[in-house]
Design a protein around this ligand. Structure first.
Ligand SMILES: [Zn+2]
Length: 127
């Protein structure tokens, strides 16, 4: 019984995250081209395949929303890990610091407290 409730809660959280994570592959391509000239936002390389990088990290409950995503090569993505983007961008000599700032302007990471207190439509409260 507890397992079923737990699974349902996970489904609900997955749906909430999916609602906020509305980044399509074409949107990501557009962001990479328009704001970053198809370069890695950190090392400036324009030859490597680009991955999606969370500016506000997973650790800080950042999601893959358009305003929290920048293009980044695999090496930088693996190397940066959960470090603050400003620190890493400086270390790599990024020429895209203003562009990264502009992307995340107004971005709000998930508020876990708010999520916890939100009525969960997927869990039936038994009487
Ligand atoms: Zn890079």
């Amino acid at each position: 019984m507890a397992n079923i409730a737990g699974r349902k809660r996970n489904d609900a959280l997955t749906r909430l995250l999916a609602d906020r994570t509305n980044l399509t592959p074409s949107m990501f391509k557009e962001i990479a081209k328009k704001y970053f000239k198809n370069c890695c936002a950190y090392c400036n390389d324009d030859q490597k395949p680009l991955t999606k990088e969370h500016v506000v990290t997973n650790k800080d409950f950042g999601t893959l929303e358009p305003n929290n995503v920048i293009p980044c090569c695999r090496e930088c993505n693996d190397d940066k890990r959960e470090r603050d983007w400003r620190e890493y961008a400086k270390e790599k000599g990024s020429r895209f610091i203003k562009q990264i700032e502009a992307r995340i302007l107004g971005y709000k990471p998930l508020d876990l407290e708010e999520l916890r207190n939100r009525p969960d439509p997927y869990i039936k409260v038994s009487d």
